[in-house]
Design a protein around this ligand. Structure first.
Ligand SMILES: Cc1cc2nc3c(=O)[nH]c(=O)nc-3n(C[C@H](O)[C@H](O)[C@H](O)COP(=O)(O)OP(=O)(O)OC[C@H]3O[C@@H](n4cnc5c(N)ncnc54)[C@H](O)[C@@H]3O)c2cc1C
Length: 464
């Protein structure tokens, strides 16, 4: 057997783990990455990537429905759900294969099997061939998370789906209930609604997309409703009565319970960290509600043991996981590692219209004691948006009235998930309104609205 002593062992090959492994190898460390199921983790196999492939099919379908608006004719078009899903699985496969190539190129040792911590600096791995023992100075736990299953609302793979079933659906829903209106719930609601499912979304909090700025949530809700979705806020699914061909949901709103029949339910009520059977407690690692407690450098308090990505808590986003992966690899290699700035991590939802944001919402900024200046710019005032046939949307910016610091940016509309990065760079550089106003934005682009929103906050908007 090859020498099983490494500088760094990474458990889990999701966007946290595989990026940590590659960065560690780039810095000259001898790295092993252990994965029990699939390279690429949830993100590439069952999350970010396959959902975006499905949503692209829905987007093209929606555009075909609007062909006339563009002077085109598209008749007798339709969709083949199996083919849509096949494309999505193919995209996921292409990317996960890519991770295998990147590991080879960077000389990361890949070990397929279930890993468990076996004491400080020690890991045992159950593989198809038996148990392997590995050791390293540094171990990075990047085991991710899975769908939260509330009692009575558990997925059954037939009528009640978690995100995994919703990605490889056994049938096309006709009457769909989505429980939970966070990014995952709303993306599936958007996909199935666009393809013709009569869709109801139930959200326990007071608005859809509850982490977003209240104005953006309200705008998005109006668009979802226009597209035919039924949105129930401050509502709770208390019970699901399942039979072979239907599910009756007991939905409580304002103290009254309504019984509604659906043929399919998607439960999207959050995630829980994969903390079990890893040997974490035995080493004295602190766990808070299924997530490993870490400091800003992802250190667990146990010498040489780090936790990154979804298992280390919110925000549960691939880019947060990857950034933490780079940071711990640099720390382990003795480089000058930079902790992540939580206020600079953008969140994107790829529903129709798209939603993207970074930093504080207006309410949160006020709650934190800031006196704010707020700018808004609607898509209808932008030439490119009109040329694209996408006049519905808005960009909202929030500044500290005293210093001009950009506190937050919130967007809803076409392609905003691609635009938000402009503000993310600005926030990372701690930009102010003055620099953003001085910046020249190319014409005609949707990005010009990012400029106009800033100008609006300071009473200088041009195209409104
Ligand atoms: C439907 C859906 C859509 C999403 N869309 C987006 C999006 O658009 N953008 C975004 O940023 N995020 C999105 N996410 C979230 C994103 O997928 C996660 O934040 C990301 O995958 C977290 O990466 P990770 O490396 O921490 O963990 P994971 O990707 O969960 O990877 C963990 C890996 O560890 C392995 N593992 C676990 N235990 C062991 C063990 N004991 N031994 C060996 N291996 C083990 C698992 O098999 C898995 O491969 C989405 C999630 C879902 C479910």
């Amino acid at each position: 057997m090859a020498d099983q002593t490494f500088d760094m062992i990474v458990i889990g090959a999701g966007p946290g783990g595989y990026v940590a492994a590659i960065r560690g190898a780039q810095l000259g460390l001898k790295v092993a990455c252990v994965e029990r199921e699939h390279l690429g983790g949830i993100c590439l196999n069952w999350g970010c990537i396959p959902t975006k492939a499905l949503l692209r099919s829905a987007e093209v379908f929606h555009l075909m429905e609007r062909a006339k608006d563009f002077g085109l004719s598209a008749e007798k078009f339709g969709y083949d759900l199996d083919a849509v899903v096949k494309r999505s699985r193919g995209v996921a496969k292409q990317l996960t294969n890519g991770i295998g190539h990147l590991f080879k190129k960077n000389k990361v040792t890949t070990i397929m099997g279930e890993a468990k911590l076996a004491g400080k600096g020690k890991v045992t791995v159950k593989t198809e061939k038996g148990t392997e023992e590995l050791s390293a100075k540094a171990i990075v736990v990047a085991t991710g998370a899975r769908a939260r299953e509330l009692p009575g609302l558990e997925g059954d793979g037939k009528r009640v789906w978690t995100y995994k079933t919703a990605l490889v659906p056994p049938h096309m829903p006709k009457k769909l209930l989505v429980i939970g209106s966070g990014a995952i719930g709303i993306e599936f609601a958007s996909f199935y609604n666009t393809l013709g499912a009569e869709t109801t979304v139930v959200e326990v909090l007071d608005r859809v997309l509850p982490v977003e700025d209240a104005e953006i949530s309200a705008f998005a809700k109006k668009q979802f409703t226009k597209q035919g979705m039924r949105i129930l806020e401050k509502s709770m699914v208390k019970q699901l009565d399942r039979s072979d061909d239907k599910v009756v949901a007991h939905i409580e709103t304002g103290g009254k319970v309504e019984k509604v029949e659906f043929d399919t339910v998607i439960s999207a009520v959050g995630i829980v960290g994969n903390v079990e059977n890893l040997g974490l407690e035995e080493l004295g690692v602190k766990i808070d509600r299924t997530h490993v407690v870490t400091d800003e450098y992802c250190r667990t308090g146990v010498d040489g043991l780090y936790a990154i990505g979804d298992i280390a808590g919110a925000p549960w986003l691939a880019h947060k996981a990857s950034h933490e992966g780079v940071m711990v690899a640099e720390l382990i290699a003795g480089k000058n590692a930079h902790p992540i700035k939580p206020g600079s991590i953008a969140g994107c939802t790829y529903c129709q219209p798209q939603v993207a944001s970074v930093g504080l919402t207006e309410a949160k900024a006020k709650e934190e004691g800031y006196e704010v200046k707020v700018g808004r710019f609607p898509f209808i005032g932008n030439g490119k948006a009109i040329a694209l046939g996408e006049p519905e949307g808005m960009i909202k910016t929030i500044f500290d009235a005293k210093t001009g610091e950009l506190l937050g940016a919130h967007m809803v509309g076409a392609e905003v998930t691609e635009l938000i990065q402009g503000y993310v760079v600005g926030k990372t550089l701690e930009t102010t309104e003055a620099e953003l106003m001085e910046t020249v934005f190319p014409h005609p682009t949707l990005s010009e609205m990012m400029h106009e929103s800033v100008l609006d906050a300071y009473g200088r908007v041009i195209h409104m």
